[in-house]
Design a protein around this ligand. Structure first.
Ligand SMILES: [Zn+2]
Length: 262
């Protein structure tokens, strides 16, 4: 296994093992249990655009912030639209302003600032630099993957912070797996041959990993959690499995301020 299961009070989340050597890096993907939402959003739903009750979603967020000691005022979310826009989070822009911006990837070099995306089958991709305090987070469903959101993110990380792309790591997953992701012929044809599987199935992680390798991220810096969100019902929400009536997990990444280390 290349991940471990963490728990903070009743909030459970997955972390990549390869990121644990970077002590101030704080990242994860929440599991669906331990929240306040009722069926079909049970129970730790973070999807603000779902039909879940707003008070339940608010309580889930509040519990998350308190349990993981994450400052709500430095927690950045955008409107996710399955596009390829990457936004850099800057110091002087109020964090709530980003919630009105359409973007599917975020980057920053601000410590203490968290980047977040909600997912339920789509692939979260966590980026971090090995020496500098620079991070990114992308939301790649099949649409975002075909629009090369991962490529846009690593390019912007390199150009904005003047850092070589091969000094970044990219951590992929979990997402819907090739076992459960069947598409139509037209979409199937858009994917690289190495991401296509038998019976019109697609491996989203393979496609994104390939794109990132072509952009110069070394293969040893690319890690994947090959857990299928559709197959693992107890752990994950899955948009496809639950026919759209489901919650959203929360992917997050931040660099803790030294003073806040625990
Ligand atoms: Zn599956």
């Amino acid at each position: 296994m290349n991940f471990h299961l963490r728990q903070a009070q009743s909030i459970k989340y997955i972390q990549f093992l390869s990121a644990s050597e970077f002590p101030n890096l704080h990242h994860g993907l929440t599991l669906r249990s331990g929240g306040f939402s009722h069926r079909p959003f049970h129970s730790l739903n973070f999807g603000k655009k779902t039909d879940d009750l707003k008070p339940s979603i608010d309580k889930n967020y509040k519990k998350f912030f308190v349990s993981l000691d994450i400052p709500q005022t430095r927690f950045c979310q955008t409107l996710q639209v399955h596009g390829s826009t990457v936004i850099r989070i800057k110091k002087n822009t109020p964090i709530e302003d980003y919630s009105k911006i359409q973007a599917d990837a975020l980057i920053t070099n601000l410590t203490g600032t968290y980047l977040a995306m909600t997912v339920a089958d789509c692939l979260p991709i966590f980026f971090f630099h090995h020496h500098e305090k620079v991070i990114g987070l992308a939301h790649a469903g099949w649409r975002g993957t075909l629009k090369k959101i991962a490529v846009q993110t690593i390019r912007k990380l390199g150009s904005q912070f003047k850092l070589p792309k091969n000094e970044f790591s990219a951590l992929l997953g979990p997402s819907i797996g090739e076992c459960c992701f069947k598409v139509g012929q037209e979409i199937y044809n858009c994917f690289s041959p190495s991401a296509r599987r038998k019976k019109m199935r697609i491996n989203l992680q393979a496609e994104n990993a390939l794109q990132l390798r072509k952009e110069g991220i070394p293969v040893e810096n690319i890690r994947m959690i090959n857990l299928c969100t559709s197959c693992h019902q107890r752990w994950f929400f899955s948009y496809r499995r639950d026919q759209g009536k489901t919650g959203r997990m929360l992917a997050f990444i931040g660099i803790r301020n030294e003073a806040n280390d625990k």
